[in-house]
Ligand binder design. Sequence first.
Ligand SMILES: O=C(C[C@@H]1CCCCN1)Cn1cnc2cc(Cl)c(F)cc2c1=O
Ligand SMILES: [Mg+2]
Ligand SMILES: [Mg+2]
Length: 567
Amino acid sequence: MKQSKMFIPTLREVPNDAESKSHQLLLKAGMIKQVASGVYSYLPIAKRVLNKIEAIVREEMEAIDGVEILMPALQPAELWQESGRWPSYGAELMRLTDRHGREFALGPTHEEIITSLVRDELKSYKKLPVTLFQIQNKFRDEKRPRFGLLRGREFVMKDAYSFHATEESLDETYRDMYNAYSNIYNRVGLKFRPVIADSGAIGGSHTHEFMALAEIGEDTIAYTDGSDYAANIEKAEVVYTPDIQHTAEEALEKIHTPGVKTAQQLADLLGKDLNEIVKSMILKVDDRFVMFLVRGHHELNDVKLKSFFGTEVVEMATEEEIEGIMNAKPGSLGPVGVDKIEIYADHAIQDINNLAVGANETDYHYINANLGRDFNVKAFGDFRFILEGEPAADGSGPVRFAEGIEVGQVFKLGTKYSEAMKATFLDEQGKARPMIMGCYGIGVSRTLSAVIEQHHDENGIIWPKSITPYDVHVISVNPKQEAQKELADKLYVEFSKDYQVLYDDRQERAGVKFNDADLIGVPLRIVIGKQAADGVVEVKVRATDEKFDVSVDELAEKIETLYKDLA
Ligand SMILES: O=C(C[C@@H]1CCCCN1)Cn1cnc2cc(Cl)c(F)cc2c1=O
Ligand SMILES: [Mg+2]
Ligand SMILES: [Mg+2]
């Protein structure tokens, strides 16, 4: 394609609200244009890359018997009422009303649509399993869209859904999807790790997220070097090994602690370490208030609480709610004398005694509070985030942390939707049973961004060969020079036979052309300049900056060799 015909509005400077590298480069390379917060147009270079990522996704889905369909973004509210999800999503679900006053959602995901589609068609076990997928724009009204395509409000997702008569059949497709996802991320050039994850609101049990490793990632992964163990930190199980450090029980003592609100302040006042302090927090779990105890150097993990209590409604109680229940501010809470609400404690609380805790009186704390004598706990559990260096749940060694961008997730959904929506099949005994489902998502536009996060240098993007918008970038330095223009035109036509060629034939200064070429990131470059008269051109490898002066009659072979070696 000739750049004089193209539409690549590169930028020299970047709007300073672009914090992530990929967001900056997507803008600078003229690949996207923001239409509204979290809403983007994909320009030609981005669209070509999207097409290649989607082609790889399609290939891998079809290789495991996935069949492509396309469902509407407009989803009638009735289906969300059938599944029970219409009331359970708040502002994130974009809703609209049609001219007849009928309510719709703009699809954030398609469990309801696909289940209603399948339930009318697949009535017998003989017709199962079936795996259907689509690649389509999704809508989620994110509170804080950020980092360009990494967290948008309209984005491209591949979502697949599988329907089974048995758990074994689901397990098989889950494994096929897991492997297909690994193939996809390998083929698009992403460094990634599958991690044990939490299924969250969608329900179901078993789920893995696929994390592209990148500092900008909003997720933290706990992994070990010794094995393939990796878990989203929300989910990473803490192995509790008692490390009892009790001293002789001392008498409970109330002390005046003016202005002390945090565990650190209490520790400093008492001359103790943070791990000798206990933090008492009150959370709303479903419709009741519960107190949780964790040690000063640990953090409460709300995702583990949701899973422990089997509810999505777990949030910090507000200051007013706390004062209403305890007559004290959040910074002075403790378990002593609390009988109106239940108290749960992280396992590690058992390791220490003579605890420093809030006295449920603003500006007062207790020291030497002891379990059993001064307070009781309804249950101990794994309620905290794992710390770096602590042992992994599978015994494969101490966990290390890394940031990740969630680019995909696979779920065993079970029968949550098929039961709610009466998607049943007749089994071999002729008995009606709810279909067993799996669902599997890939953030396609997010994957594009993640690739840029992992493949760039200070001058711009460096595309992996598999998804590059073009294979070869032909640049004529000065089209006004007849010899240069002629040779460049000729090479453009010639190389277009075997490669996808972007031809910079613009009347632009050389510097502009080279800056743009570095930004756009095509892996191989042929520069036709002064030496054109001697039949010599310069070849440049974008990734390594290697340059070669090559005579035109050796050019095809040189490009072929270099192309083969590209990652
Ligand atoms: O989407 C999933 C599960 C899988 C992911 C892979 C493809 C199929 N769905 C989970 N999820 C995430 N955010 C959502 C946001 C809104 Cl506003 C909503 F109404 C529903 C959902 C929702 O259900
Ligand atoms: Mg997550
Ligand atoms: Mg997730």
